[in-house]
Design a protein around this ligand. Structure first.
Ligand SMILES: [Cu+2]
Length: 111
């Protein structure tokens, strides 16, 4: 019984450490107009751009496909290495999601 409790504690500690590492990670290539789809989430989750900016999403998840679904705009399914771009011409706050993984949500703030 003690071994089971110890194993569960180890799993919890590893999960917390992994979450902290992913949260603190600086995403390479995530510059001013790029969003990466990786580890089943959008990085950065919120991106602020100027009106007229073309935002490019790049799928870097090797084990599943994603898409980028906004209000009136949508990508096709993306596999690893695929990119999708959309130009935001009007200031506002635009939320989007991946329809395959309902927790995957992102926001583009256009100023
Ligand atoms: Cu997805």
């Amino acid at each position: 019984m003690k071994k089971i409790i110890l194993a569960v504690l180890v799993v919890i500690v590893v999960a917390i450490a992994a979450y902290a590492a992913v949260s603190a990670f600086s995403w390479p290539g995530a510059s001013g107009n790029e969003v990466t789809l990786q580890f089943l989430s959008f990085h950065p989750g919120t991106l602020t751009v100027s009106a007229g900016t073309t935002v490019t999403w790049t799928d870097k998840d090797p084990f599943t496909h994603h898409n980028v679904i906004g209000d009136g705009w949508a990508s096709p399914n993306l596999s690893m290495g695929d990119k999708y771009s959309y130009t935001f011409t009007t200031p506002g706050t635009y939320t989007y999601k991946c329809s395959h993984h309902t927790w995957m949500k992102g926001t583009i703030i256009v100023k």
